[in-house]
Design a protein around this ligand. Structure first.
Ligand code: CMP
Length: 140
């Protein structure tokens, strides 16, 4: 997922180039403006964290680009390509990562990646099988 700061910062083309240069195929994609309910459900595992309210606000601040990426070892390789959660640290420790390129801090980190094949399955079905509420943003 390219998060609202990634889309509004015009990083989409650069991120897509990194995706294809790294051997991923984009099987499906859609842009959607998530609503609070969808974000709260998607990030339910973080609901007790102090940053949850702020995370919901951030993730509803603009549209996101959802993608299904395909590749051998895709989950681990995508996590490696995006770098650590805290983008400010990524800039130091993983300067070539996507979060180093376009993220800001531990919240506004520009992209998301599933953390296991099981969560990839859940997240793909959550976003691509009409289980979310929100507004589909047409592509230009
Ligand atoms: P993501 O990898 O999508 O998964 C959970 C998200 O919660 C994470 O990216 C960040 O956007 C946010 N997050 C994680 N840790 C923190 C934190 N310590 N402070 C604020 N936001 C966080």
């Amino acid at each position: 997922m390219i998060k609202p700061d990634g889309l509004s910062g015009n990083y989409t083309d650069r991120i897509k180039n990194l995706i294809s240069d790294s051997g991923f195929t984009i099987c499906k994609e859609r842009i959607i403006q998530l609503d609070e309910e969808s974000v709260m459900s998607f990030y339910a595992e973080h609901s007790s964290r102090s940053f949850f309210g702020s995370l919901v606000k951030y993730m509803t601040s603009g549209p996101v680009l959802l993608m299904i990426l395909e590749k051998e070892n895709a989950v681990a390789d995508w996590r490696a390509l995006i770098g650590p959660t805290d983008a400010s640290k990524a800039k130091v420790t993983h300067p070539h990562s996507i979060r180093a390129l376009c993220g800001l801090d531990s919240e506004k980190n520009c992209v998301h990646g599933s953390d296991s094949p099981q969560s990839a399955q859940r997240e793909i079905s959550f976003f691509f099988e009409e289980k979310i509420s929100g507004r589909i943003v047409p592509k230009h």
